[in-house]
Design a protein around this ligand. Sequence first.
Ligand SMILES: Nc1ncnc2c1ncn2[C@@H]1O[C@H](COP(=O)(O)OP(=O)(O)OP(=O)(O)O)[C@@H](O)[C@H]1O
Ligand SMILES: Cc1ncc(CO)c(N)n1
Length: 274
Amino acid sequence: MRTVRKALTIAGSDSGGGAGIQADLKTFQELGVYGTSAITAVTAQNTLGVQDIYPMSPKMVAAQIDCIGEDIGTDALKTGMLFSADIIITVAERINHYGWQAIVDPVMIAKGGASLLQTEAVEAVKKYLMPCALVVTPNIPEAEVLTGVRISTEEDKKHAAVLLHKLGAKHVIIKGGHDENSHDSASDLLYNGQDFSYFTSARIPTKNTHGTGCTFSAALTAGIANGESVMDSAKLAKDFIQMAIQDDLNIGKGHGPTNHFAYNHRRVEMKNGR
Ligand SMILES: Nc1ncnc2c1ncn2[C@@H]1O[C@H](COP(=O)(O)OP(=O)(O)OP(=O)(O)O)[C@@H](O)[C@H]1O
Ligand SMILES: Cc1ncc(CO)c(N)n1
């Protein structure tokens, strides 16, 4: 009999399969982790954008989480699209009940501009969710909303990371996909409450970046589930997303998804000396 590490995603469903629950479960699978899920909202979505959103009741979200907590258990968990303050409060309460720590991806706006978090729910993210975070992984606009800091320099980014740490997150990763100053590289900043580290890669010119943030935080969660440190998991996540963006798929007419197979395909190729 085999034992396997487990990871739970508490997030929205993306019918197009590139972001949300679908991206998370694909990433967990590729990294050898057994994936479970609690769906917070169903989105009718494709590469052209979010067409409609149907949120679950907080009771239904709690029931799904309890199904995992009371039976299967989990070695790590991530949160993605949570949509409303009521859902956030419920999720934080269940996470605390089970004594878990979360990878919090504070999803706010989809690539096409649709809001995946109600404006009045931002305060709930800060108050209830940040203290549950082993790692919080905002992109630059999300870090700005959560801290009130306008990020245009590296110093601003570091200042925002310190403020996010003060809100209760043990580690902060500010992702650099939206960095307007950086044309050649994509650089993510990690702050652990003491030191800053950077994870940097070449910036890939492509429109197919739908779900990069979800995929990154899911790979990070898989690393943590496998018992790796936050530092090693961040490195894994950066490698995973780099390969997934680089080896892109030709899916849909708009912002296509990343390639969740790419990391393992590359590993097989390297093993075969190619
Ligand atoms: N064009 C790119 N080339 C290389 N890496 C990229 C590129 N765009 C984003 N990344 C990397 O992808 C990861 C996710 O970053 P990003 O800032 O895009 O997240 P996000 O905005 O939350 O994504 P989402 O579109 O899912 O909301 C980070 O590791 C970032 O460095
Ligand atoms: C369901 C869902 N979660 C997150 C994102 C952000 O990429 C998205 N577009 N859709």
